[in-house]
Ligand binder design. Structure first.
Ligand code: NAD
Length: 463
């Protein structure tokens, strides 16, 4: 079990120059379900689904239902700005499939949020919860906003406004939101409080990823990274890796990226490069994740490491672009930022022979094929990042039953779920002679299609 390190602060920064904040005009859009030729993130999910369906037969009903989200909500959130003006923001919540239980999925605050992206993320949540055997379906939410352009009070009003807009669409037995990119425990606390205010009672199981004082679970903060770590340790064993000989590059030095880097650093892995949205660092020796995070928090971006503090003296590193980080000459590439990072354009330049996907959908299907041909192994998002939703499930269980587990209990429950999911999926990959992503989909689809069939399919009604 890795030692716990002090977590990075993820609180969005206050920026008083609100007039400079670009207001993104929302464009109404619908995910492309009909035309798989059209390059959208949703078309990637359907290509992955079709690839898996070549290896297993599911009922026609199940296949039909998995081609579309169950329901999608688009809302306009009015926000009173600190200067008294009124702005509006577009938000979404998508329930993809709820055959295995209430839907579950995070809320993203990002300028590039779109209905296509939210629908894709809701699809991946459906596959992920089924792949690890949780009693949940898949959902996702998002708001088109640059949270760093808002003051803290504006961010709170936006978070509460989003909940007011989607309140009828969520609930502890219906759809349970959680944090995602640029949302965190504080945002979840505001959202949970808004749920309680509207309901005029406490419903702690309505939102997960809350601070401990608000009914959050011990171990949620680092859960995604820890889940990925447990999976990687199984992969390490299966491939007889010696950690000290493995070089690593990490894209996305945020919550999940920071924690996994620290865990691997503690095990002796050589951390050669890290990046965030503003830049990347490359080192000759191993980088120290904790010092980088401290400098990042002080300076506001990774580049700050070059000119502040003592890390510059401790390690020999250079500044590189994010694109160069992806192509760095390392053994293990960890993708912990956003989707569509490795595409057909850069896949042939990727040197890492193992890719750990902590972000959702960072590798496109075309890139998957190129990487597979070049002998790279991808440990897919739906397996690698499922620790987060698993500990969210633990939080939901504790909230529903009035329990409070210790961090040790949480880790003890998480490990067997992650290791057995890896073992099951690796076994399917071997049996079917396929990649781990397809194997994870096969594993998940067996459960989802069983659920759909058990509710009564056409063949059932035909006797
Ligand atoms: P976060 O907001 O804490 O961190 C994201 C990091 O990525 C930030 O440091 C940001 O600067 C960086 N980034 C953004 N664009 C980048 C780019 N183009 N190049 C390099 N870095 C870039 O978010 P997080 O919670 O750590 O989540 C990271 C990813 O993992 C997301 O894709 C998220 O959907 C996925 N994920 C997170 C969880 C969770 O529980 N946190 C669970 C499952 C999946």
């Amino acid at each position: 079990m890795p030692k716990k390190k002090s977590p990075p602060k993820q609180e969005p920064q206050k920026n008083h120059s609100l007039k400079t904040a670009p207001e993104k005009k929302p464009t109404p859009e619908t995910p492309s379900h009909k035309n798989p030729q059209q390059e959208t993130t949703f078309s990637h999910t359907q290509a992955q689904l079709q690839k898996a369906l070549k290896h297993l037969k599911i009922s026609e009903d199940a296949e039909t239902l998995l081609e579309h989200p169950k329901e999608s909500l688009q809302v306009t959130i009015p926000l009173r700005m600190d200067d008294g003006s009124l702005k509006t923001f577009q938000g979404y919540r998508v329930h993809y499939n709820d055959v295995l239980g209430p839907t579950k999925g995070g809320i993203r605050f990002h300028p590039q949020v779109s209905l296509d992206e939210v629908t894709s993320l809701a699809f991946w949540m459906t596959i992920k919860t089924a792949a690890v055997g949780l009693p949940f379906g898949g959902a996702k939410g998002g708001v088109i906003v640059d949270p760093k352009s808002l003051s803290k009070k504006e961010l709170e009003r936006l978070s509460r406004g989003y909940i007011r807009a989607i309140y009828d669409f969520i609930g502890p037995d219906k759809d349970i939101p959680a944090p995602d990119v640029y949302t965190n425990g504080l945002v979840m606390a505001w959202m949970a409080d808004e749920v309680n205010t509207i309901a005029r009672k406490q419903i702690p199981a309505a939102i997960t990823g809350k601070p401990i004082s608000q009914g959050g679970s011990q171990g949620r903060e680092e859960a995604t990274a820890l889940g990925a770590y447990y999976v990687l340790k199984e992969h390490e064993k299966a491939n007889s890796w010696a950690p000290k000989k493995i070089t690593v590059a990490v894209q996305g030095f945020g919550n999940a990226g920071y924690h996994i880097t620290q865990m691997l650093h503690d095990d002796g892995y050589q951390i050669k490069a890290v990046s965030d949205s503003k830049g990347a660092l490359l080192a000759k020796k191993t980088l120290d994740p904790k010092s980088i995070m401290e400098h990042k928090e002080k300076a506001g971006k990774l580049e700050g490491v070059f000119c502040h503090g003592t890390v510059c003296d401790l390690v020999d590193h250079e500044k590189i672009t994010n694109a160069a980080l992806l192509e760095a000459d390392v053994d293990l590439l960890i993708l912990a930022a956003l989707e569509n990072q490795i595409t057909k354009d850069n896949a042939k330049n990727i040197k890492a022979k193992t890719i750990l996907e902590i972000a959702n959908g960072p590798t496109t299907p075309e890139a998957d094929e190129i990487l597979e041909k070049s002998g790279s192994v991808i440990i897919p998002d739906v397996l690698a990042n499922s620790g987060g939703v698993t500990v969210s499930y633990f939080e939901w269980v504790q909230n529903k039953r009035g329990l409070q587990w210790t961090e040790k209990q949480v880790h003890k429950k998480l490990k067997p779920i992650m290791t057995s999911a890896y073992a099951d999926i690796a076994k399917i990959a071997k049996e079917k002679k396929t990649d781990l992503r397809t194997a994870a989909y096969i594993h998940a689809l067996k459960r989802i299609s069983q659920g759909i069939d058990d509710k009564g399919t056409a063949s059932y009604f035909q006797g």
